[in-house]
Design a protein around this ligand. Structure first.
Ligand SMILES: *Cc1c(COP(=O)(O)O)cnc(C)c1O
Length: 339
């Protein structure tokens, strides 16, 4: 049985969080002499520590209560906070799969948490039997699943089986979910009190420079994130930038449709490139391709000023290609055909 209090670090459970001036009085009307701000200027006031307007909008778009939303400084903050809330440094463990997103390991290392890395099978899926025995380890607190997975691009199956059988926290990183036809696991949060869904404004929403990531989970988990976050963790400028794109959903949808159409064109074109041996299908905005020699192809592309991601160290001879504008994709294809 999953029991949140058995998974949370004791110091976090008992933590008395910092109470900011804006926590104690959150009205917008009045004379504010409480936070030692400069009374002059345009950016002189601290931002809303709980990003109420942002959560209100997200709550409508994602059909989930604001109490189930945490907004962080990019997914990187969401991942780091999960380690800090659930994994005791030098004691507890986390688990993820390989090949997958590199930040889980970096964040585990920073937080001094042992990360167990389980290979995905040859279709880049989880072999459930290979992880079941780890569920018995009481030190294993946190499990990361990236779906659609970076760098392979596929959606991971049977995540619910893991949510049902693992008594720790499962963070499903859905950075690429907006590009996928498959449904987000946000709709399952009511069913699984151990589920955290991480999403980001950095990819489909086009706001990588803004650094805003989101965690969706049971409100008890969200309260823990709120306890440990920095008091004003998302700047006023960043909150406004996100509100602006959410006010213009039709532009978002137009751009998304262009990217998805370009992905189909690129997939088709890549299949007839001589130096490419295999084109993996993708539910994201990138395509993993197997080449004859990834190092060589990567360098030849760089020489022609086309930058891709060499993933040879993760998947033999593979390169990850992000879908660009029609012009950029044409340049990539021209460059590839010259090798
Ligand atoms: C790009 C990416 C993110 C986004 O991270 P941010 O810090 O929100 O920019 C998260 N997870 C995965 C798997 C990614 O590829």
């Amino acid at each position: 049985m999953f029991e949140l209090k058995n998974i949370v670090r004791k110091n976090i459970l008992e933590l008395k969080p910092y109470s900011s001036a804006r926590d104690e009085f959150s009205g917008s009307d009045g004379v504010f002499l409480d936070a030692n701000e400069n009374p002059f200027g345009a950016l002189n006031r601290y931002p809303d520590p709980y990003q109420k307007d942002l959560k209100q909008k997200l709550s409508v778009i994602k059909s989930i209560a604001t109490e189930n939303i945490f907004i962080g400084n990019g997914s990187d903050e969401v991942i780091d906070l999960a380690f800090r809330i659930f994994c005791k440094p030098g004691k507890d463990k986390a688990l993820t799969f390989t090949p997958s997103y590199g930040m889980y390991e970096v964040s585990a290392d920073i937080n001094e948490v042992e990360l167990i890395k389980i290979p995905l099978d040859d279709t880049f899926q989880i072999d459930f039997n290979s992880i079941k025995t780890y569920f018995l380890d009481e030190k294993l607190k946190l499990l990361f699943i990236c779906s659609p997975n970076n760098p392979t691009g596929n959606t991971i199956n049977h995540i619910e089986l893991i949510l049902q059988q693992f008594d720790g926290i499962v963070m499903v990183d859905e950075a690429y979910i907006d590009f996928s036809r498959n449904e987000s696991l946000i709709s399952k949060i009511k069913m699984y009190p151990n589920l955290i869904v991480a999403q980001t404004f950095s990819k489909a929403w086009g706001l990588a420079a803004v650094r805003v990531g989101v965690a969706y989970a049971d409100d008890k988990i969200i309260n823990l994130f709120n306890k440990v976050k920095a008091p004003y963790n998302v700047s006023e400028l960043n909150q406004k930038a996100v509100l602006k794109v959410m006010d213009n959903i039709s532009d978002f949808e137009k751009v998304l449709a262009i990217i998805l159409e370009q992905k189909l064109c690129l997939e088709k074109a890549l299949k007839s490139v001589k130096v490419i041996k295999k084109v993996y299908s993708s539910d994201a905005n990138f395509i993993l391709v197997e080449t004859e020699n990834a190092e060589h192809i990567y360098n030849q592309l760089v020489a022609q000023k086309v930058i891709t991601r060499n993933r040879h160290s993760l998947v033999k001879n593979c390169i990850r290609i992000t879908v660009g504008t029609p012009e950029e994709n044409q340049k990539l294809l021209n460059a590839l055909n010259k090798i």
